[in-house]
Design a protein around this ligand. Structure first.
Ligand code: SF4
Length: 425
């Protein structure tokens, strides 16, 4: 495989994006491109989001229900485990009903890979290291080539150290004792090189690679190393990331850093929770980096402080719920006061500045109305719906950068007194 020696600016500014924002342009590493059931990975294609079902694959109804929910949330490609024959037997029915491409996750049993290929899956995830017989691996590669099915191969930090050959293990241990991190990364690259030789021998190049660890720093270093060594598309992920609270942060730290460096062609955020959350997180990560267009409202809310006079945290949660289903990327700001709120909300399409018992609503910089605390939720929702209709009809555009929000006069308190203007903090 050729060493990558250049970067490519390939994130185009799309004049049709409805949020009107210029993307944060990240120079992305150029890789080969593969096609997974119509979703392109690498070669400048948009970074895709992957997930994996947590159902038993042989339970077709449960698996299809979960795949549809993941697709609705923004998942581009979904992986299913096929440990047994009854799982591969279920694949034709799942493939018939899935709105997105399916990857079969195979470990140990090369027959499962052949059955999945026969069923028509769109990609195979295979680890040549845990299929003992090289001829069996060649057989799977030949079957994939015949049907134009790509393969993902990967290494995990936890499995790169030799377990069976004691002499080799002792030699590796010496390196690990000296500099564990760089030695592990070197082993990961070497194992991938061994795997790639098998694919090269078979003249098969539709390959995606991954190099995972549970440690975010290790993931960053490992992917940087393999991105310099191979020109293959990269599947980014942190393995066994843990419960949501830590798993989410680990994944975002590692994957966000790599994507910001231009490394990575497809991502899977994974942690111990319903996979729908991984997809939501993946989508937010790509939107935050300007690598995916928002298609739904974006919520901005102040963190609250000692000036707050309403339950803004509850209002924000209620607004978030109420906006579900709106498919226009309107930026909605919920601010707890008129002190810093206007500055923070500048550029928002719809904003509310809330004070004791009252709030002032702005739409595209224009003051629309003053509402009581009880009416804030419905009034804000109403303004968002009306603006969405105007955007969809082409009457107005979002993200006009000359939209500014003038600070309203301070809202009177319940006792009629006017709060003193406060110095910005
Ligand atoms: S907008 Fe007002 S209430 Fe909210 S954090 Fe800023 S100063 Fe505090």
């Amino acid at each position: 495989m050729a060493k990558v020696a250049y970067f490519s600016y390939n994130v185009a500014i799309d004049p049709t994006r409805k949020d009107g924002m210029q993307p944060f342009v990240i120079p992305r590493r150029k890789t080969r491109q593969i096609d997974v059931g119509g979703v392109l990975i690498g070669g400048g294609a948009p970074v895709s989001i992957q997930s994996m079902t947590s159902t038993y694959t042989y339970d077709v109804a449960a698996t299809v229900t979960q795949i549809r929910a993941l697709a609705e949330a923004g998942c581009d490609i979904v992986r299913v485990a096929v440990p047994e024959k009854k799982d591969t037997d279920a694949l034709p029915a799942i493939l018939d009903q899935s709105p997105i491409p399916i990857v079969a996750d195979v470990h140990f049993h090369f027959q499962r890979a052949l059955e999945a290929v026969q069923a028509g899956v769109h990609k195979i995830r295979l680890n040549p290291g845990n299929i003992q017989d090289r001829k069996q691996v060649d057989h799977v590669i030949a079957a994939c080539r015949e049907r134009g099915i790509p393969i993902r191969v990967g290494v995990n930090e936890g499995s790169v150290v030799e377990r069976k050959d004691k002499q080799l293990r002792a030699a590796q241990q010496a390196g690990l004792d000296t500099d564990r991190r760089s030695h592990l990364i070197r082993l990961m690259v070497e194992i991938l090189e061994d795997y790639m030789r098998i694919f090269d021998d078979n003249d098969f190049h539709d390959v995606v690679i991954s190099a995972k660890s549970i440690d975010a720093g290790m993931v960053i270093d490992a992917y940087r190393a393999i991105s310099e060594r191979f020109d293959l598309p990269l599947h980014l992920g942190v393995t066994h990331a843990g419960p949501p609270e830590t798993g989410r942060i680990r994944s975002i730290a590692a994957l966000g850093s790599l994507l910001a460096m231009g490394v990575g062609d497809t991502i899977r955020i994974s942690y111990a929770a319903d996979p729908i959350h991984e997809v939501n997180d993946g989508k937010e990560l790509l939107c935050s980096l300007g690598m995916r267009h928002r298609v739904e409202p974006e919520l901005i809310a102040c963190p609250t402080c000692g000036r707050i006079e309403i339950d803004l945290i509850k209002l924000t949660a209620d607004v978030k719920q109420k906006l579900i289903g709106i498919k226009t990327p309107i930026k909605v700001a919920i601010m707890g006061c008129v002190v810093n709120g206007p500055g923070e909300a500048e550029g928002a399409d719809v904003a509310i500045f809330a004070g004791k018992g009252k709030g002032i609503i702005y739409v595209q910089g224009e003051q629309m109305c003053t509402v009581s605390e009880d009416d804030m939720l419905d009034a804000l929702h109403r303004e968002v719906v009306v603006l969405a209709q105007r955007v969809e009809s082409g009457e107005v555009q979002l993200g006009q950068h000359d939209v500014t929000i003038t600070p309203p006069d301070p809202l009177p308190r319940n006792d009629g007194s006017i709060p003193l203007p406060t110095i910005n903090n």
